[in-house]
Design a protein around this ligand. Structure first.
Ligand code: ZN
Length: 673
């Protein structure tokens, strides 16, 4: 059988890959990679960087690319047959890579390379790649012996189980709640949300409108329902999900939270760290939990007066215009929405008419070409859907990278927007230069009739964001797999290039280039742009404090050994320190805080604000020198984008900015200076 997943061609044959190709190809590649691992770790293979690359490096890259292509299709062109074939191979692939990450012989080989007399002669990117491999082995417990090793493995397993249970409880508590509202109770709620609720009730043979705690239902009710009792009812149900105050005691996450925290601190202690947060900082740009808390508290102190002003305005408006003299947490989304409408009357629909996809792409490509000295052109390649386009980036006649662009929502495509690697830049052991390939995926509304597709300003910002990740991956000049592009970049610095790109969408000079009214061809009027800018920072003080509350809570939970004994007390303390509006005593938002208990954000929730500070500060250089300034673009390209993960992100930032990051630009961009 001619299996496209076994092809060694430069690009995956996306249109030719069929579900029946998956099991045979992946099974064969797993077998070959295991053989390569055995060769690489045998005594016959010297402890030498090149020797390891030529055996194990080539094999893992090949299975990674092949399995990556399957994963991409599973995400963007899902069918029941494909999903089944993907799920059938998933456990074997996961198991192999878990084993690889803890392989003792391989760890010994890397240690031998690092300890060899010529180690210091390795190129800087190779030294960094080696350092990261060794670091990850240590964090996976590779240095542990005997009982400690067994205990570490048991903790890993139990933690994964608890994380899974935590998110199942949140999901079941969210799914399990229903309130059947009358049409009268739903006054003010947008028609599409009302009819969706009516349909949901009908489907169950019930009277009324089924309200659930899923966000697309919960949010419109909280924002628009004029019925206060209804909002209070839903709010209470929402913030007590999966807690001892929820309506299903079997879904209470309290015990899981306690056990998880205890296990995390124990795991950190086994690895020789004082607490879990210290261990979590190893792979991050921030130095220590104290540095993070100092950053958060500084930001909190500066945002506080703005948050107090936001709240005072909201209270005044609610009392005067809405007759709500004692503003409660279940009123704030509703009152905020009304205040926003009163202040900045413009609609998303109005703005959309100016952002056509061809115009936005032309403007975006122009920015990239001018700042980073490349030419972008459309090329032919095998794609998974007729609407997908393929482009190349060329500099002075040399291919730099290529990307697929899949913009529109359709059945069988996962929601959201993301950038994914198809291939990474690598000077291959056989001497060939591999160039990076990226996949950029969004879920915008398709064009209707013969008119171009229209984007909201949010959509445009999302597109720029994902291109920021894409450029980080595509423009790298690092030749070492593992630290080229986004590989090896610290976890809390990955969003710097993506958030950086969003800034272009708020520049008048840029907006004029990105817009052309679908009928008249006119650029976006200045008056409308000014309203959009003013609305951007609406309640930014309150929003900042909310993010800080979550971040400080997360960091302290993971930095204070024994925190599991008094989670609620800690949260109350953090709220008393940070929040300007008191949460009701029954609020148990920690019980559904999946980011830190079931996601990868434990002792990492601060990263959102951290990366915002970095990207705002990087952007401020362009504000001074000009948003199209080629010299500034070159400095950013060379010092941040091209170096990828080959050196610490702080070094890259300082090389670009000439100093350490500071908070001024972030405050200014959010109207808090
Ligand atoms: Zn991102």
């Amino acid at each position: 059988m001619n299996n496209p997943l076994l092809s060694t061609a430069a690009l995956p044959a996306f249109a030719s890959i069929k579900p029946e190709h998956i099991a045979p190809a992946i099974t064969q590649l797993l077998c070959e990679t295991r053989a390569a691992l055995a060769t690489a770790t045998s005594d016959a293979t010297p402890a030498d960087y090149d020797a390891l690359s030529a055996t194990l490096g080539v094999a893992t890259e090949r299975i990674g690319a092949s399995w990556g292509a399957v994963g991409h299709l599973n995400a963007v062109a899902n069918t029941p047959e494909l999903r089944e074939a993907y799920n059938a191979m998933l456990p074997a692939v996961t198991e192999f890579f878990t084993e690889l990450g803890a392989d003792e012989k391989l760890y010994a080989k890397y240690k031998a390379i690092a300890a060899a007399p010529n180690a210091s002669k390795l190129s800087a990117p190779r030294q960094q790649a080696l350092k990261l491999w060794l670091r990850d082995f240590v964090l996976s417990g590779a240095e542990l012996q005997g009982e400690a090793k067994a205990r570490f493995a048991a903790i890993q397993e139990r933690s994964a189980e608890l994380g899974q249970q935590f998110s199942e409880h949140v999901l079941d508590a969210t799914d399990g709640y229903a309130y059947y509202a009358t049409a009268e109770e739903l006054q003010g709620v947008p028609a599409d949300a009302v009819s969706a609720a009516l349909e949901a009730a009908k489907a169950e043979g019930k009277e009324g409108h089924k309200l659930t705690l899923h966000f697309p239902c919960y949010l419109p009710v909280m924002q628009y329902a004029s019925n206060r009792e209804l909002r209070a009812r839903l709010y209470r149900a929402y913030v007590t999900r999966a807690s001892e105050l929820g309506d299903k005691p079997e879904l209470d996450n309290s015990a899981i939270i306690e056990e998880l925290l205890r296990l995390r601190h124990e795991e950190a202690a086994l690895l020789g760290f004082a607490n879990f947060a210290e261990a979590a900082m190893v792979a991050k740009m921030a130095d220590s939990p104290t540095q993070v808390l100092d950053f958060l508290r500084d930001l909190s102190r500066r945002a506080r007066p703005f948050a107090e002003k936001d709240l005072a305005e909201l209270r005044e408006f609610a009392a005067k215009e809405l007759g709500l003299s004692d503003l409660q947490p279940w009123d704030s989304a509703y009152a905020s929405e009304k205040l926003k409408e009163a202040r900045y009357a413009f609609s998303d629909q109005e703005v959309r008419q100016y952002f056509t996809v061809p115009r936005v792409l032309a403007g975006l490509f122009d920015i990239i070409e001018r700042l980073f000295n490349v030419k972008i052109s459309e090329q032919q390649a095998e794609v998974w859907h007729e609407s997908v386009k393929f482009y190349q980036l060329v500099r002075n006649g040399v291919l730099v990278g290529q990307f697929y662009l899949d913009l529109y929502a359709r059945p069988g495509k996962r929601p959201g927007a993301w950038m994914d690697e198809v291939r990474s830049r690598w000077a291959r052991p056989d001497g060939a230069q591999q160039t990076p390939v990226a996949q950029l995926v969004c879920n915008f509304s398709s064009p209707v009739g013969d008119k171009p597709a229209l984007l909201s300003h949010d959509d445009v910002t999302t597109l720029f964001h994902e291109f920021g990740h894409g450029l980080h991956h595509l423009l790298t000049q690092v030749d070492e797999l593992g630290v080229s592009g986004i590989s090896g970049v610290e976890w809390d610095a990955v969003e710097l290039p993506s958030q950086f790109m969003e800034n272009f969408c708020w520049e008048w000079e840029v907006i004029q280039q990105l817009t052309s009214h679908v009928d008249s061809g006119a650029a976006l009027p200045r008056e409308l742009f000014d309203k959009m800018t003013a609305a951007k920072n609406f309640q930014s003080g309150l929003q900042t404090l909310r993010q800080i509350e979550f971040s400080v809570f997360d960091m302290r939970l993971h930095a204070e050994v024994g925190s599991e004994a008094a989670v609620q007390a800690l949260l109350d303390e953090v709220r008393a320190e940070v929040a300007v509006m008191a949460a009701p005593a029954f609020n148990r938002s920690q019980h559904s805080f999946s980011h830190i208990f079931a996601g990868g954000y434990s002792a990492g929730y601060y990263s959102y604000k951290w990366a915002e500070l970095l990207s705002a500060d990087a952007w401020s250089a362009f504000e001074v020198e000009g948003v199209f300034n080629a010299a500034c673009g070159q400095r950013y390209l060379q010092n941040v984008l091209e170096v990828g993960g080959s050196r610490p992100a702080m070094e890259s930032f300082k090389a670009f900015r000439g100093r350490e990051p500071n908070i001024d630009a972030l405050l200014r961009h959010q109207g808090m200076s």
